[in-house]
Ligand binder design. Structure first.
Ligand code: EPZ
Length: 424
């Protein structure tokens, strides 16, 4: 298993390009199966999760080829095969093939995704939405068995929001199924994340009729077929937030190119509250800080609130701020796995159910730390960049699920950072 070694204490400085959004790429790849001709998805990042989704849709019969910076998906071989536990267990987003299988073939057998380090991750809202479109669904032996009426799925008026608020995954899955259902659908309580709007943009470019994506009510008029097209995925909002936090907490000055400042407005506001400076242009962000950051309070929430996927990275930054910060995690109350490892680096953080108190310290000290989930890994790398001495982060396969060669991006920005392979 690879690890990453960092000699900390150097400000990040220079320019770096933001990659394509992981959490938009995954539903886009599943949605390509809805069409009856090939698509070219551009700017798709080279991530482990993209490799896993590639394996999944190839298993279902699609032909996937990497071109420069993108992937070509030919769905002509797409068949109603089973999405097996062996593949689904590797990545929860595999559940995105459920909607397309049901919409194209009228039935689906998809393994239930497991939970993960940040929570149980149920899919009840996905199933609730698909049932509203007419699907019969039963769970047997850890698999979802779904079947549509003989005449196909039909449009419906359905509330997708659950007790924990909107669901990105359920919104994407049901939106894909509704695009090919007969008649009009109104999806209420839908997630507003940029990657939902990006999926709707791609579906519309393929011929779907969708209004309201990006708001909490999406209307869909089902069509008979969709045609493959070329579509460029949006920049990654979470990578943007991660690199902004790194620039600020190392008191550096970084120009982020190819980003969408409109997708990270709340992260920008919070950084300014912390004393960092952020200059926005239409697709660039200049971020830095000259002095130690200041403590703030932070509460994660569904978009357009502060993203839960950037919480750990901002906690790493706040661990070095002047004063005491409060972080409340409303999406995944247990998403504080990174706290123990940050404390081993000298941070002073305590957690009670769903919220953390971060007492800022003057310095962090490098240590050997263990990555545990995708965003916790990023937080530990950021802490290592700012810490004194050497940090070694183990199990970086977690990081590779959602970041494309992050250590190279930091090296370009002046960090002393290297990846040490198995043999190293
Ligand atoms: C997506 O997960 C992201 N993953 C997650 O990013 C992100 O943390 C999450 O949205 C919230 O923004 C991808 O897009 C691949 P949800 P998803 O359905 O769709 C509950 C990362 O780091 N819920 O919006 O699974 C759920 O338990 C990953 O890139 C139900 O109760 O999240 C949670 O409390 C981690 N029933 C809340 O809703 C359901 O059927 C939001 O979950 C579905 C979800």
């Amino acid at each position: 298993m690879d690890r990453i070694r960092i000699e900390g204490g150097r400000p990040l400085a220079g320019e770096v390009e933001i990659g394509g959004a992981k959490n938009a790429s995954l539903p886009l790849m599943a949605a390509a199966l809805l069409a009856d001709s090939p698509s070219l998805l551009e700017h798709i990042p080279h991530l482990q999760d993209v490799v896993t989704m590639t394996r999944m849709i190839e298993h279902l019969g699609a032909d996937v080829t990497r071109t420069n910076g993108g992937i070509r998906i030919d769905p002509s071989g797409f068949a109603d095969a089973e999405a097996p536990y062996e593949l689904v267990r590797r990545m929860r987003a595999s559940i995105y093939v459920l909607g397309p299988l049901l919409a194209r073939f009228g039935h689906a057998r998809v393994s239930l995704p497991g939970g993960c380090a940040i929570g149980t991750r149920p899919i009840d809202l996905h199933l609730h939405g698909l049932r509203a479109l007419g699907a019969e669904i039963r769970i047997e032996h850890g698999y979802v068995h779904a079947s549509a009426p003989s005449e196909g799925l039909r449009g419906a008026d359905v509330v997708l929001e659950g007790p924990n608020g909107p669901s990105v995954g359920a919104t994407c899955n049901v939106l894909m199924a509704a695009a090919l259902a007969r008649g009009h659908s109104v999806l209420r309580g839908t997630a507003r994340e940029p990657h939902v709007a990006d999926l709707a943009g791609y579906l519309s470019a393929m011929g779907a009729s969708i209004r309201g994506a990006g708001t909490d009510v999406i209307e869909v008029d089902g069509v008979d077929r969709l045609s493959g097209t070329t579509y460029r995925v949006i920049p990654d909002q979470i990578e943007t937030g991660t690199l902004m936090a790194g620039a600020a907490m190392t008191r550096g000055r970084v120009l982020l190119r190819g980003c969408r400042p409109d997708h990270v407005q709340v992260e920008i506001a919070k950084l300014r509250e912390m004393g960092a400076y952020v200059e926005e242009d239409n697709d660039t962000l200049l971020v830095g800080a000259d002095d130690r950051l200041r403590a703030i309070s932070l509460r994660t929430a569904p978009y357009p609130g502060f993203p839960t996927d950037t919480q750990a990275q901002f906690m790493a930054a706040l661990s070095l701020a002047v004063g005491e910060s409060r972080i409340t995690e409303t999406v995944y109350p247990d998403r504080f796995i990174h706290v123990a490892e940050l404390n081993r680096m000298g941070a002073d953080i305590t957690v009670e159910l769903g919220s953390a108190t971060v007492r800022g310290v003057e310095r962090l000290s490098g240590a050997t730390v263990m990555a545990s989930d995708l965003r916790a890994s990023a937080a530990l790398i950021l802490a290592g960049l700012a810490a004194e001495g050497t940090t070694e982060c183990l199990r970086v396969y977690h990081l590779d699920r959602g970041y494309e060669r992050l250590e190279e991006k930091f090296r370009v920005l002046g960090a002393k950072i290297e990846r040490i392979g198995e043999k190293g």
